[in-house]
Write a protein that binds this ligand. Structure first.
Ligand code: BEZ
Ligand code: FE
Length: 288
């Protein structure tokens, strides 16, 4: 079509796609462009606003590196990462939640009962639970990849003071599906806000905080891998997570218990002299 108008441009775009275009590509590009065109028409987007959008994308590209994933962060704070997660999580399984950019793979093994915090101080948190299938049977040999920030609110990959796998651990469960480890109670922290995504947050009057959380990737052969995290129910940012990661079944009570109730068979058994926090988080995995 020669005469392109503001009303027919979306159809003209669709007409430009070759008839051999992969059907899923046609569906995704068609829907994306239709929404983009509708967005421009609906807001009567100006040249300056269009230029600001392009400058935002260029700014993301300029700061993007192996350790800084500004485009993923943009998707996170817009709620897109969480929405894609929710669209594809199994209703029978534990909810999934955002991976975030700070997981370092290849963590050293953390034995059952191990202490992930090592020499770091702070409130001791005993985390334990069972990895089960949807029928409630323990999944022997499931693997948990666990990570969190240090008490200064920084992940190992952001902080020169920490070694590569600081606050990372890989635990394999036995026949009973049980895991248990100690750490320090995670703290709330801000997502990186010194780049273009931070500018968007400020322009929208939004803060960059996430409620405190402990991340897990849980895997077992024959089951769908689960990327998730748990949050304490008293966190001030629970209802305003800047990346929309909170789900009801991931909010846990961290119960304070006297030192005398600290269990045997853990790395810190006999060494706990003050009250500690305890959380039980059972995980359900769906079949592949
Ligand atoms: C995180 O929880 O590590 C995270 C998630 C999304 C963006 C930034 C950080
Ligand atoms: Fe995190």
């Amino acid at each position: 079509m020669r005469s392109v108008t503001k009303d027919n441009i979306t159809d003209v775009f669709m007409g430009y796609l070759s008839k051999d275009t992969d059907p899923r590509m046609r569906e995704i590009m068609g829907s994306l462009v239709r929404h983009l065109h509708d967005f421009a028409r609906e807001t009567n987007l100006t040249h300056n606003e269009w230029r600001a959008g392009i400058a935002f994308l260029e700014g993301c590209a300029a700061v993007e590196s192996a350790d800084r994933h500004e485009f993923v962060l943009a998707s996170d704070v817009l709620g897109l990462s969480s929405l894609v997660d929710m669209l594809h999580s199994s209703p029978e399984a534990t909810s999934s939640s955002v991976l975030g950019p700070f997981h370092v793979s290849g963590a050293p093994a953390l034995p059952f009962g191990g202490d992930m915090k090592r020499h770091y101080g702070g409130p001791v948190l005993l985390t334990e639970g069972v990895i089960r299938d949807v029928e409630g049977n323990p999944i022997a040999g499931a693997e948990l990849d666990i990570w969190q920030t240090a008490p200064n609110g920084m992940y190992a990959s952001q902080d020169e003071e920490q070694d590569t796998y600081s606050f990372h651990g890989l635990m394999t469960v036995g026949d009973d599906g049980r895991y248990a480890f100690t750490t320090v109670k995670p703290v709330e922290y801000t997502v990186p806000s010194d780049g273009p995504v931070g500018d968007i947050l400020r322009a929208c009057g939004r803060h960059p905080w996430r409620p405190s959380h402990l991340h897990f990737i849980v895997k077992a052969p024959g089951y769908r891998s689960l990327v998730t995290e748990i949050f304490p129910d008293d966190d001030p940012y629970l209802d305003q997570d800047t990346v929309f990661g909170v789900r009801d079944d991931l909010v846990m009570t961290y119960v304070e218990r006297p030192a005398s109730e600290f269990p045997d068979g853990m790395e810190l058994s006999g060494k706990i002299t003050k009250p500690f926090l305890h959380v039980n988080f059972d995980v359900t995995l769906a079949r592949d």
